[in-house]
Design a binder for this molecule. Structure first.
Ligand code: NAD
Length: 328
C-alpha cells in the first residue's frame, strides 16, 4: 500500500483527493493546509489525518506527495519532497520564476524521483484522441494550430495580483498544448493583450484578453487566443490543419439534448468551467501518475514540460510588456 500526503485542500485539492482514494493500492494518509478547517474537512471526508508538512515528509510510509496548494508553495514543496525521496505530482505552474523552476527540475533529477506536472489537458479524452489520430497520420503533416481558450469569467483581483499574470497563470496550459500537439519548439513568438472584459484587471497590471502568434523551428504556425470571459461558458477548442486535412477538438456539453422549436434549434452550453470540463482528465492523470510510480515508467507531463511551458509564458510576458517579437 502506498501512502500519500496531499498539500492543499482548496478547489483542485478536493478533486485530487477524490482521485487519489480511487487508486488501487494507494491510501490518502495526510492532508496539509494552512487553512486548518479546510484540511480537517477534506481529511475527514477521506479517512485521512491532518498533519504538518514536516510530519508528512518525514514519514517513511509516505511514498508520494500530491501538491495542489497555492502556486507560491510549489517550488519549496517540490524541493523538500524530492530531498525526502518522495514521488511528486505537482499542479502547474512549477513556479512563477523560470530560474526557480529550473532549480526544482535539477533537484528532482538529482534525487531520481518521479515528478509529474498537472497539465491535465493532455489526458482529456477528446484532446488525446485528436493527438493519437494526428500521430497516426490522418491529416498528413501538421502545418497550423489554432487554440481557443476562454474562461467563463475572471477570478477576483486579489487572485490576479499574485497569479504572475495571464500568460503564466492561464496560457501556461495553452503553451503546453502547443508543445504537445505540434511536438516542436517555438522560435519567434509575439504576444499582445488587452483589457476588454473588466477594467479592474488593468489596475493590477494584467490583461484579460490575449493573442499570441508563434512560428516553430520546423516553420509551422500557431495562434492562441484567450479571454477571461465568455458569456456562454468555458470554451476550450483547438484545430490542426495538416497537408491532408484538419482535426478539430471541441467543447463538451453536460447533455446531448437538442431542442428544436418554431423559434430556434438549441443545445446545452459547454460545461461550465475546468472542474466540470476536465473531470475525466483529472482522474486519468492521477491514474497515470500512480501507474508510473508503481511500475517505474516515465510520466507523460514531466517537470521539464513544466519548465518549458513556463519559458514560453515568460517570453509571452516579455513580448507583451515590451511590445516586440521575442526570439527563443
Ligand atoms: N490544472 C488545473 O486545471 C488547475 C486548476 C485549478 C488550479 N490549479 C493550480 O492549483 C493550485 C491551487 O489552486 P486552487 O484553485 O485549488 O486554489 P485554492 O485557493 O482553492 O486552494 C489552495 C489551497 O492551498 C492552501 N495553502 C496555501 N499555502 C499553503 C501551504 N503553505 N501549505 C499547504 N496548503 C497551503 C490554501 O489554504 C488553500 O486551501 C494553483 O497552483 C493553481 O494554479 C490548477
Amino acid at each position: 500500500m502506498m501512502e500519500v500526503a496531499l498539500f492543499g485542500a482548496g478547489r483542485i485539492g478536493k478533486i485530487h483527493a477524490a482521485n487519489v482514494v480511487r487508486q488501487a493500492g494507494v491510501k490518502l494518509r495526510y492532508v496539509i493546509d494552512v487553512d486548518a478547517a479546510a484540511a480537517a474537512a477534506l481529511a475527514a471526508q477521506h479517512d485521512a489525518s491532518v498533519a504538518s508538512a514536516e510530519t508528512a515528509l518525514a514519514d517513511p510510509q509516505v511514498g508520494a506527495v500530491v501538491i495542489g496548494s497555492s502556486t507560491d508553495t510549489h517550488a519549496d514543496l517540490i524541493m523538500r519532497a524530492a530531498a525526502a525521496g518522495k514521488a511528486i505530482f505537482c499542479e502547474k505552474p512549477v513556479d512563477l520564476a523560470v530560474d526557480r523552476a529550473r532549480t526544482c527540475a535539477a533537484a528532482v533529477q538529482r534525487a531520481g524521483v518521479t515528478c509529474m506536472i498537472g497539465f491535465q489537458r493532455r489526458f482529456d479524452p477528446t484532446f488525446a484522441a485528436l493527438k493519437e489520430r494526428l500521430v497516426a497520420g490522418e491529416i498528413g503533416n501538421p502545418e497550423m494550430l489554432v487554440v481557443t481558450s476562454r474562461d467563463p469569467g475572471a477570478p477576483p483581483v486579489e487572485y490576479l495580483k499574485r497569479s504572475g499574470g495571464i500568460f503564466r497563470d492561464m496560457l501556461i496550459h495553452d503553451f503546453d498544448v502547443f508543445r504537445w500537439i505540434l511536438d516542436d519548439d517555438a522560435v519567434p513568438l509575439y504576444a499582445t493583450g488587452s483589457v476588454l472584459t473588466d477594467p479592474a484587471v488593468g489596475t493590477v497590471g494584467d490583461v484579460d484578453s490575449t493573442a499570441v502568434t508563434i512560428r516553430t523551428k520546423r516553420g509551422r504556425l500557431a495562434q492562441i487566443n484567450t479571454s477571461r470571459r465568455a458569456a456562454y461558458g468555458y470554451d476550450q477548442r483547438f484545430e490542426v490543419l495538416g497537408s491532408e486535412g484538419m482535426l478539430q477538438a471541441g467543447n463538451h456539453k453536460p447533455t446531448e439534448v437538442v431542442a428544436a422549436t418554431a423559434a430556434s434549434v438549441s443545445e446545452d452550453k459547454p460545461e461550465h468551467f475546468f472542474l466540470e470540463r476536465y473531470r475525466a482528465a483529472y482522474a486519468l492523470e492521477m491514474a497515470h501518475f500512480f501507474d508510473a510510480v508503481a511500475n517505474g515508467k516515465p510520466v507523460r507531463t514531466s517537470i521539464d514540460d513544466g519548465v518549458k511551458a513556463l519559458e514560453l509564458a515568460d517570453a509571452a510576458t516579455t513580448s507583451w510588456c515590451e511590445q516586440r517579437i521575442v526570439e527563443l
